[in-house]
Design a protein around this ligand. Structure first.
Ligand SMILES: [Mg+2]
Length: 370
């Protein structure tokens, strides 16, 4: 159990780091530079990379927003007194003031600006059905993995998600993912876990409705979409990977915002990228590393989809498969993985923000050099 809890943090970080070199690239572009993308490169093949993309490269092995926000969640949960949504707001706003956050999306930044101006956490979320809440949620499933902690897991997962994402699908899927990780840590198989998710999604809908009545600002765009997706998804898990991806795209296409016609399985929409990650990570026919590489080779939001899958894979397979020595900030990432076992905060919030701000400066200096 302990190495599986560690695996949640380390798997998340490894998916993030492994996907980072080709974040936002198209499949064809990845193939042109790397042939078959098979590992974290030892050095960037800079000559082969177009200048526009070169400027966005970060030090190899350095974690991005997915991992640092997961660390911030762990910080908040392990503070004295436990989870507190105002403490979550505080670390998010402080992180922005100190330049800690890197590689973040527009919706995350806008939510933080609202909080900074004094908006309540309950009203700050952006109208996004993206993966920004799901990408950081994994560690919550490890911190509160016991069946008797399910209530608390719902509360922390939904509150932390709605704070930045007020679309019920983004928060609902993130919370569902946290529960999936808790079930895996309780010893259920990937298949058993998937089978439990439609009913859990129904519970999530009820909780979201309850929170809406309590004053949480929320966009309930097709609030049953997650449950319906999970019912379908259980029937796709035995299909070959390509066929599974086609079903996923076909199912999600009508749900896309107007103007988005491409339903790519790694697109930044929870019912595409998020569900793709969960399904890939629950399959029985691929090794964990192959799951991540297969996701990343498809392009688009590579690091985030791989981070979500990595957290689930860690909960299934533990941490032995993860090459920790490839992390740029190995010591701290391992300390956060240990914290999921010991429930002891690995550093102070001040230290967390300072360290992350320094890494962000390092990333900036690196991008300028290219
Ligand atoms: Mg990222």
């Amino acid at each position: 159990m302990e190495n599986k809890k560690r695996g949640v943090m380390l798997g998340l970080a490894w998916g993030d780091v492994l996907g980072c070199p080709v974040e936002g690239w198209r499949k064809r572009e990845i193939e042109e530079v790397y042939g078959e993308y098979r590992e974290l490169p030892a050095a960037y093949p800079v000559d082969k990379i177009a200048e526009k993309k070169r400027r966005r490269l970060r030090p190899l092995g350095l974690h991005s927003d997915d991992t640092q926000q997961a660390m911030a969640l762990v910080q908040t949960c392990l503070a004295e007194g436990g989870w507190n949504r105002d403490a979550w707001k505080s670390i998010l706003v402080q992180g922005m003031k100190q330049g800690a956050w890197r590689g973040v999306g527009r919706f995350f930044t806008e939510a933080l600006h609202r909080m900074r101006k004094g908006e309540m956490v309950e009203h700050a979320g952006s109208p996004s059905a993206g993966m920004g809440a799901a990408m950081r949620i994994g560690p919550l499933g490890a911190l509160y993995c016991q069946p008797e902690q399910a209530d608390h897991l719902w509360q922390v997962a939904l509150e932390s998600s709605l704070a930045t994402h007020r679309d019920a699908r983004a928060a609902g899927f993130a919370a569902l993912l946290a529960h999936a990780i808790a079930l895996l840590l309780q010893g259920r198989s990937g298949r058993e876990t998937l089978a439990a998710l439609p009913e859990l999604a129904r519970q999530g809908e009820e909780r979201l409705q309850e929170m809406s009545k309590q004053g949480w600002r929320m966009d309930e765009v097709n609030s049953s979409a997650i449950r319906e997706a999970m019912v379908q998804a259980c029937t796709w898990i035995d299909l070959p990977v390509e066929a599974m991806r086609r079903r996923l795209s076909d199912w999600a296409r009508p749900q896309l915002k107007e103007g988005f016609t491409r339903a790519h399985p790694n697109q930044g929409f929870v019912l595409l990228g998020g569900l793709h990650a969960l399904l890939m990570a629950c399959r029985d026919d691929l090794e964990p590393t192959e799951v991540l590489l297969s996701i990343i080779r498809e392009g688009f939001d590579t690091d985030t989809v791989a981070a979500i899958a990595g957290a689930v894979l860690g909960a299934r397979f533990g941490d032995a498969w993860i090459p920790k020595e490839k992390f740029y900030d190995q010591t701290r990432i391992e300390a956060y993985a240990d914290a999921l076992v010991t429930q002891v905060r690995p550093e102070t919030p001040a230290s967390f923000l300072k360290q992350e701000a320094e890494l962000t400066d390092i990333e900036k200096a690196f991008s300028c050099r290219k």
